[in-house]
Design a protein around this ligand. Structure first.
Ligand SMILES: Cc1cc2nc3c(=O)[nH]c(=O)nc-3n(C[C@H](O)[C@H](O)[C@H](O)COP(=O)(O)OP(=O)(O)OC[C@H]3O[C@@H](n4cnc5c(N)ncnc54)[C@H](O)[C@@H]3O)c2cc1C
Ligand SMILES: *[C@@H]1O[C@H](CO)[C@@H](O)[C@H](O)[C@H]1NC(C)=O
Length: 176
């Protein structure tokens, strides 16, 4: 078999080069293949709820500790009951709630630390398990800084199950 004339080979090379260059130089669009369209539309309308810490220093150690226990209880119970497979809108709700907590937490100096922690460990919201394990890990980070004992995160599901046996039927309760 004879090789094609040099002109044809060169033309083919130039065409291939131009095609690749054209594809690569396209302005980048949001990738709708790995992100569902619903999620992309939702993300575009998601307000930015981040911002500075609102409350000042909380001086009283007794009140600070009581507030901490109550808040951790709420956070762990909330993540324990979060949907097993949340929608993107539900995921946003949890993420924004946590972000707002880091602004509005009534112990200002705690909130400052918490904001730094959230940057290092962004809230995980892809599933109930991811959210619960994230909350446990973050609580352990606070425990570490306050020189409190570490908690075994394999126990969170049992510890905060909050009577979720009625799981399936409970969806309707709010509508009655
Ligand atoms: C966001 C946030 C930031 C805080 N920052 C500060 C701060 O900067 N300075 C400060 O003095 N206090 C801070 N606190 C309060 C502090 O974390 C404690 O809540 C408080 O000191 C009371 O501690 P405690 O020993 O009673 O147990 P807590 O830490 O309140 O825990 C309550 C119970 O939860 C369980 N538990 C412990 N670890 C875990 C875990 N990893 N996962 C699940 N369950 C667990 C245990 O049964 C424990 O008894 C903060 C609280 C919050 C919510
Ligand atoms: C802190 O608050 C508790 C509960 O309200 C109160 O009993 C205590 O006296 C306060 N401590 C100080 C140092 O003000």
């Amino acid at each position: 078999m004879r090789a094609p004339p040099i002109q044809i080979t060169l033309t083919a090379c130039v065409l291939v080069f131009l095609t690749i260059a054209f594809v690569l130089l396209q302005p980048s669009k949001p990738n709708l293949h790995w992100q569902s369209q619903e999620a992309a539309i939702h993300a575009a309308h998601e307000p930015d709820v981040g911002g500075h810490v609102i409350m000042g220093k909380l001086g009283n150690e007794t009140i600070k500790a009581e507030l901490g226990r109550s808040t951790w209880k709420l956070l762990h119970t909330m993540t324990a009951r979060f949907p097993l497979e949340p929608t993107s809108e539900e995921r946003t709700a949890l993420k924004q709630w946590i972000t707002l907590l880091s602004r509005l937490y009534p112990c200002g100096e705690c909130a400052e630390h918490f904001q730094v922690l959230l940057k290092q460990y962004p809230p995980q919201t892809s599933s109930r398990d991811a959210a619960s394990q994230w909350a446990c890990a973050v609580h352990n980070k606070v425990n570490e800084r306050l020189e409190k004992p570490m908690f075994d995160c394999s126990l969170v599901a049992d510890m905060y199950q909050c009577g979720c046996d009625e799981e399936e039927g409970s969806e309707e309760v709010g509508l009655i």
